[in-house]
Design a protein around this ligand. Structure first.
Ligand SMILES: C[S@@+](CC[C@H](N)C(=O)[O-])C[C@H]1O[C@@H](n2cnc3c(N)ncnc32)[C@H](O)[C@@H]1O
Length: 300
C-alpha cells in the first residue's frame, strides 16, 4: 500500500488504495449515500491540506432535510484517483460526490473475480456488460480492466439519466484504455427502467453480466423509489442474461430503511433459479450500521 502520489503532465493522481478512516490523513473524499454524508479520509502524500472544506451539510443522518452540495476546494490541476489498476477522474467543487463511491471498492474486486471464468470461456467474442445507473462508470471500468488483462474484448452498455455523468464515464474509459479496440463503450442517457423494458424486447438473452446500483430515490421525469422498482427490474434483468452458467447479476442499494434480510429475500424472490451471495458491506471500514447492501446473483 503506497501513500505516494504521482503526477502526470495534466493531472495529479491520488492513490486511494490506502484510503481508510485514519488519523493524520490530509485528503478527504466525500460520499453521499441517501441522506447520509460520510467523510472518507485518504492518506496521501500530496498536499491537499487546503482541499478539505465541507459546507452546508451535516455528517449525520439528515432524515428529510435536503442535502446541499459539498464544497471541495481543488488544487491547481484536475485530480485523478487511482484505485488499484483503475484511474478515475475526480471533480472538485460543489459536488454531492467527487466521482467515485469508495465503499463499492470491494464489490468491484469481487465482480472482477466472479467474471474470470466467464471471460476465459468467451472464445473470442466480447463480454457484454449492462451497467444500469452507471454514474461515472467505476463498475464498467473494473470489468473492462479484467477483460483486457485476460486478452478479451468487452462491450460496455452504460445507462444513466445524466448526460454529464455519461460524458465523465467516457473520459474515464479513455483515461484507462487509450487507443484500444478491445473496449467498446456505449452510453444511453435514459431512464434505466425504460431501457430494460426496451432491451428485453429487442435483445433478450444477450448479456453476460448486469449491474444494478440505483439510488434510493430520484426525482427525474418519472420518480424512482428503490424498494418499489428493484424487484421488477431484477426479474426483467435476468431475462437479459444469456442463460449460461456464468450469468451474473450484481445488485446494490443504500436504502437505510430496507433491512438487509428483507433486501436479500426480495432479490431471491425476484430471481427464481438464482443463488444469492451477499456483497461486501465494507464493515471494517464503515461499521455494521452502514447503509450499503448488495448481492451477487448467479445461476443456481
Ligand atoms: C448510486 S449512483 C450509481 C453509482 C455507480 N453505480 C458507481 O458505482 O459509481 C446512482 C446513479 O443513478 C442515476 N439515476 C438516477 N435515477 C435514474 C433513473 N431513473 N434511470 C437511470 N439513471 C438514474 C444517477 O444519475 C446516478 O448517476
Amino acid at each position: 500500500m503506497s501513500n505516494e502520489s504521482r503526477r502526470t503532465a495534466t493531472s495529479e493522481i491520488l492513490d486511494v488504495d490506502s484510503y481508510a478512516l485514519r488519523d493524520g490523513g490530509r485528503a478527504f473524499f466525500l460520499t453521499v449515500k441517501e441522506e447520509v454524508v460520510t467523510l472518507q479520509e485518504a492518506v496521501t502524500g500530496i498536499d491537499l491540506s487546503d482541499a478539505l472544506a465541507v459546507g452546508g451539510s451535516r455528517k449525520t443522518r439528515l432524515g428529510s432535510e435536503p442535502l446541499e452540495p459539498l464544497w471541495l476546494k481543488g488544487g491547481p490541476r484536475p485530480l485523478v484517483a487511482r484505485e488499484g489498476d483503475l484511474l478515475l477522474e475526480l471533480e472538485l467543487g460543489a459536488v454531492l460526490n467527487p466521482g467515485l463511491f469508495l465503499d463499492q471498492r470491494r464489490n468491484r474486486a469481487v465482480l472482477r473475480e466472479k467474471l474470470q471464468s466467464t471471460i476465459s470461456a468467451l472464445g473470442g467474442r466480447p463480454l457484454r456488460l449492462l451497467n444500469l445507473f452507471c454514474y461515472t462508470g467505476a463498475f464498467s471500468l473494473a470489468v473492462a480492466r479484467e477483460c483486457v488483462d485476460a486478452g478479451a474484448a468487452v462491450e460496455l452498455i452504460n445507462v444513466d439519466l445524466s448526460k454529464r455523468y455519461l460524458s465523465w464515464l467516457k473520459r474515464n474509459v479513455a483515461l484507462n484504455f487509450p487507443g484500444t479496440d478491445a473496449v467498446v463503450s456505449r452510453e444511453f442517457p435514459q431512464d434505466a427502467r425504460k431501457f430494460l423494458e426496451t432491451e428485453v424486447r429487442k435483445r433478450p438473452a444477450s448479456y453476460d453480466a448486469i449491474v444494478i446500483d440505483p439510488p434510493t430515490f430520484s426525482r427525474g421525469p418519472t420518480p424512482f423509489r428503490v424498494e418499489n422498482e428493484l424487484p421488477g427490474m431484477v426479474t426483467t434483468a435476468i431475462k437479459l442474461l444469456r442463460g449460461a452458467p456464468g450469468d451474473l447479476l450484481f445488485v446494490s442499494c443504500n436504502d437505510s430503511r430496507w433491512l438487509t434480510s428483507a433486501f436479500e429475500a426480495t432479490l431471491s424472490e425476484a430471481a427464481p433459479g438464482f443463488r444469492l451471495t451477499p456483497g461486501s458491506y465494507s464493515l471494517e471500514e464503515f461499521g455494521p450500521d452502514y447503509l450499503l447492501k448488495s448481492a451477487f446473483l448467479t445461476r443456481a
